[in-house]
Design a protein around this ligand. Sequence first.
Ligand code: FAD
Ligand code: MLT
Ligand code: ZN
Length: 475
Amino acid sequence: MSATPSPAFLDTLADLLGPRGFTTAPADLAPWLTDWRGRITGAAAALLSPADAAETQAIVRLAAEAGVPLVPQGGNTSMVAGATPDASGHALIVSTRRMRAIRSLSPDDNVAVAEAGVILADLHDAAEAQGRRFPLSLAAKGSATIGGLVSTNAGGTQVLRFGTMRALVLGIEAVLPSGGLFDGLSALRKDNRGYDLRQLLAGAEGTLGIVTAASLRLVPAAAARSVAWVGLDDTEAALTLLRRIEARLGDTIESFEIVPAEALRLVLAHVHGTRAPLAGAHPWNLLIEATAPEGAADPRDALTAVLGDAIEAGLVQDATVAASEAQADALWKLRESVSEAERVDGVAAKHDVALPVSAMPRFLVAGADTVERRFPGVRVLAFGHLGDGNVHFNVRAPLGADDRAWLAAEGAAISAFVHDLVGVEGGSLSAEHGIGQTKLAEFVRTASPARLGALRAIKAALDPAGIMNPGKLLP
Ligand code: FAD
Ligand code: MLT
Ligand code: ZN
């Protein structure tokens, strides 16, 4: 049971953190109380912005003593309301906004040590300035932070080649629920000192501690990149194309993203400065990116050749390969604007599902068909990371329905239905966004007792008072 912070407790924190690190002003708190999708609004007693790990430790110690819940927050771009406090008003939001230093960036080690509040796009820029690259990107890169990305084990658009955040985190510094500092930043490639706390904290969604910094793997900057947009009729053909491209270009292929016609239509309708990439509309579109390091052949010729062959063979119907960086950026903007365009268009029952890659082309069509027959009038919009077997299988309200009332009435039944379909295929109901609040009931419904029991035991052992992000990931 969480405690309401007393006035004396809040005064202690105000003294500790000073005016830059402590506020209870409703106007300061308001932007951080609602999730990105605008579905859930909570309340908090204060917004705390510690300057460093030592201040974070002091906050956690005080909160643990008083039994006051803490909600770690980075850019608040969570897709599952993971950084949104509950409605009780007991919680303190701990924002990492003041921990924005890149402590070091070593081209020799291929490692950057970034504090939790570093914005992803800033890390990209810093790495590029040193001839390196941090190979994880997503549409929220202008707001999402390293702490949030680590804590959700974020995926994004390059997982096909580089894996999720867990594959890129070499070390972590975090304040544990006891207030102790886990000083695990040393970026050793080999370290067998028992349980891997770094990997436990990655993907923990703030329930096991507050990440204050991370050591991150860098790769050589790409000397050349080639971006293509492909129009096609058939999802099975997409997978055939992926395997053909891999056979020709090897692992230089990094992104293989699928966008249905309706998602492209929404982007073109709602997002300023976008225009159709191909002459005609196609049921499905792919965005493909391949890169090459210094000295290797530019992937453009090989990609153009494979796509030419694919068109000739009738596998795909049309394609364009960007002829400049500006054109490549314009193609990426179409893909990266899908969430924003969908948000403007209205609410949806959102699903973030993973399946074996080979099952995904069939699921995109048959799964959508099954859902649309079971819930007449709903419109499935599925897009995302086809190359790594993860799509955002969103279900929109019937045309003309009151979106929010429809979601309240039908959302839970639709999600259960979708997740059961995914379960039959051996898939996951959370590929990359985490569980947070919005997937919690479904996670508990579908997870095995062994999985839930192990997670609960870990949580109870590390956070016996239950102060770290309560109500997220575990009930
Ligand atoms: P927040 O939203 O602030 O927090 C996310 C979770 O991490 C919460 O549970 C929070 O409590 C916890 N947390 C935050 N900071 C810390 C910390 N320092 N220590 C401990 N816990 C912490 N995700 C993907 O995986 N792939 C995508 O392609 C993708 N695309 C997106 C596109 C858009 C437009 C948006 C809005 C979101 C997208 N996301 C995607 C979702 C989101 O998970 C990521 O943007 C990112 O991982 C969240 O970072 P953040 O700093 O905003 O974290
Ligand atoms: C994406 O791939 O664009 C995202 O994860 C965001 C979303 O699911 O809307
Ligand atoms: Zn995604």
